[in-house]
Design a protein around this ligand. Structure first.
Ligand SMILES: Nc1nc2c(c(=O)[nH]1)N[C@H]1C(S)=C(S)[C@@H](COP(=O)(O)O)O[C@H]1N2
Ligand SMILES: [Mo]
Length: 201
């Protein structure tokens, strides 16, 4: 419940400026999905980097496990107004994925694609420089299917709809292309600190 999470927190944490405008704190971890949860077998899982329509690198699950994994603990902020502090993930930084692929990001815009057909756009600059990862574990365990396992994008400094669950591709695009929620009125960028919830915010 919203008020319990908010008042249950020591005020110092909120005063420390960690809660973006219009958000409340929650202790639990709500599930928000536009459709049914896809069940993705690890032997059918793959992750592809695309430059436009052209695949430039692809990993199976076993290959992806061999990439360098790091831990990232961050606050997350959902556009439906809950925030959760100190969520602990581990996975592969987008920087390391590009390095392994041996490429520099070819364009300034990226569209994330998922096994459920979901898409979301993120500027390439917001995925590199230690800002984002493909997460495969949460709280020391494989990510559960409802939270996006086997693997999800984690872009914690933007509203959480940008963190595509069940991710299977990152596509570099020539222009900033709207994704699933962006086509339905959500903001193209989604900065929680500027309350960029909807188009025009
Ligand atoms: N593939 C996919 N990713 C998705 C979604 C979705 O429906 N499909 N929902 C988004 C939204 S709106 C939010 S708030 C977060 C919710 O993640 P959670 O269910 O782990 O809290 O996932 C985002 N990523
Ligand atoms: Mo959301």
């Amino acid at each position: 419940m919203a008020t319990r999470g908010f008042f249950g927190k020591r005020p110092t944490e909120i005063e420390a400026g960690r809660l973006p405008p219009g958000q409340y704190l929650t202790e639990d971890f709500p599930v928000l999905s536009a459709g049914p949860t896809p069940r993705v077998d690890l032997d059918k899982w793959s992750f592809t980097l695309k430059d436009g329509v052209r695949p430039v690198a692809k990993w199976t699950w076993d290959e992806f496990q061999k990439l360098p994994h790091v831990k990232l603990t961050r606050d997350i902020h959902c556009v439906t107004k809950w925030s959760k502090f100190n969520t602990a993930w581990s996975g592969v930084m987008i920087d390391d994925i590009l390095a392994e692929a041996g490429i520099e990001a070819p364009t300034g815009f990226t569209l994330a694609h998922s096994f459920d057909g979901y898409t979301t756009n993120v500027p390439t600059a917001d995925l590199v420089g230690g800002k984002a990862m493909i997460a495969t574990a949460y709280d020391g365990q494989p990510i559960t299917a409802d939270h996006g396992g086997p693997a999800r994008l984690l872009v914690p400094h933007l509203y959480f709809w940008k963190s595509a669950k069940w991710i299977n591709a990152l596509q570099f695009t020539a222009r900033d292309e709207a994704g699933f929620w962006e086509l339905r009125g959500y903001h193209m960028y989604g900065d929680p600190w500027r309350e960029q919830r909807f188009t025009g915010d």
